[in-house]
Design a protein around this ligand. Structure first.
Ligand SMILES: [Zn+2]
Length: 457
């Protein structure tokens, strides 16, 4: 790929910031909010509540264009000349954007800091895919996000804007007690390549991805219009992003949500090779179980089983991939999750009431919305999944709907299900999760009972 030249970009109009500021009264009215005459946070001379298309000259960004040169960079930062040249709504780094603001606000970070990316380039290469240059295959991440400092360095300098990577690629060694147990019990063998030693240390290639949404494509996945999506995002975040309304010409949004991490076992080049077998687990975050070992759900046991099977596939000449999405507690968050735990434990925790307890508090049983999940599979060049280490019907359907066939589905083995999590897994199976075993009816679910507070206190 050759460097992108954006020398053709028209110069910004003179003093557009002033024009934008003059429109603030109109903005306040439009947003049904009140702008104080004197700002309670002090001098507001440098504040612009929002921008309008007439006030700016965004750096061209053509999502899905056939080459990096014609696609252009994602530019979000308002610093340096970014206010008039940004082509994306929102801020970099997902939810961590607020910590960036704190670092600037507390005067520990110069907001105009110019990053030095020396030696930070990918530790292995992900083969370029046709899907990177397609408007519909990838709508929830920037397919060029790992190449940004190299493709767009010149543009960053000549345009005086901050163009940041949204993907980083590295390598590591993984140490998990479950993998040591697998070696000790001869379920995994030491090969010095994937499983490095008798302690069960495993070699892994990793990719961290921050979310970047192409709004027309995201709207299409959810079956709503782009306008409906913009209004929902604006209103439901209490007006956090006015440009969702004032900048219909800007089509890309960096949402303040968690990203994902890809863990690849074996040769990364095999992932997109259709002649090699692929084992895949797509895992949604559950901090209480994944990290802290709670026994009320199957999350960590299924994650560890997924890693072990992925390692086996790599040792057998194929490849294994585990993708970890930051969608804590079905994307309802830990506070809602713990409230639900309490309601379950005080209500005589039975499988027939499992989803109802969540619905009572959250209004829905799940907010993970798997529609955007397959994008990373397309980005990796995955064309089929030989062994899917997941029972979720939602993940299965989302992947198949995006045109990636799943050949075999592997449920969590019964012996890995902790006793107190039968409530969860049996309720999920009744609701459509894949199983090779028994599907209980509603009456039978009443007899599947978890621990109550009386049992633990
Ligand atoms: Zn869990």
């Amino acid at each position: 790929m050759s460097p992108v030249s954006l020398a053709q970009t028209p110069a910004a109009p003179a003093a557009p910031v002033k024009t934008a500021r003059a429109r603030d009264a109109h903005v306040a009215k439009q947003l049904e909010s009140v702008r104080p005459k004197s700002s309670p946070v002090g001098d507001n001379d440098d504040l612009v509540l929002t921008t309008y298309p007439e006030d700016s000259q965004p750096i061209p960004l053509a999502w899905g264009a056939a080459a990096p040169q014609t696609r252009g960079p994602v530019v979000a930062s308002h610093y340096r000349d970014g206010l008039v040249k940004h082509n994306s709504i929102g801020a970099h780094s997902g939810q961590y954007c607020v910590y960036h603001a704190l670092a600037v606000g507390s005067k520990q970070l110069d907001p105009n800091h110019v990053a030095d990316y020396t030696n930070s380039q990918p530790a292995f290469s992900v083969p370029e895919q046709k899907s990177w240059y397609n408007k519909t295959d990838i709508v929830a991440m920037d397919p060029l996000g790992h190449l940004t400092p190299y493709l767009f360095d010149e543009a960053s300098k000549s345009e005086n804007v901050d163009i940041r990577p949204t993907i980083a690629i590295t390598k590591a060694t993984m140490q998990l007690l479950e993998l040591k147990d697998a070696v000790d019990n001869n379920r995994l063998r030491v090969d010095g390549r994937v499983v490095l030693n008798s302690s069960g240390d495993v070699s892994v290639s990793k990719v961290a991805v921050e979310p970047v949404w192409y709004l027309p494509g995201v709207a299409e996945r959810f079956g709503v219009s782009e306008n409906e999506l913009r209004r929902a995002l604006f209103k439901d975040t209490n007006g956090m992003y006015p440009e969702l309304i004032t900048r219909p010409d800007i089509k890309v949004f960096l949402p303040p949500i968690g990203g994902l991490t890809v863990y690849i076992f074996g040769d990364p080049a095999f992932v997109s090779d259709p002649s090699k077998k692929l084992a895949l687990r797509v895992h949604d975050e559950c901090n209480g179980s994944d990290v802290f070992g709670s026994d009320i759900c199957t999350c960590r046991p299924y994650l560890m089983f997924g890693i072990e099977e992925a390692v086996k596939e790599a040792q057998n000449g194929g490849s294994g991939v585990v993708i970890y999405f930051r969608k804590e507690g079905r994307a309802l968050g830990e506070v809602t999750k713990y409230l639900v735990y309490n309601a379950r434990k005080r209500g005589g925790d039975t499988a027939d009431e499992y989803f109802h307890r969540t619905e009572c508090i959250a209004g829905v049983r799940d907010m993970r919305f798997q529609q955007l999940m397959p994008d990373v599979l397309k980005w990796l060049g995955i064309t089929k999944i030989d062994r899917m280490l997941s029972m979720s019907n939602m993940k299965h359907d989302a992947i198949v709907e995006q045109g990636i066939p799943i050949i075999e589905r592997i449920p969590i083995p019964d012996e890995l299900v902790p006793p107190d999590s039968r409530v969860e897994i049996d309720a999920k199976i009744n609701a459509g999760y894949f199983t090779n075993g028994k599907i209980m009816n509603q009456d039978e679910l009443k007899n599947v009972q978890g621990r109550t507070w009386n049992d633990v206190v």
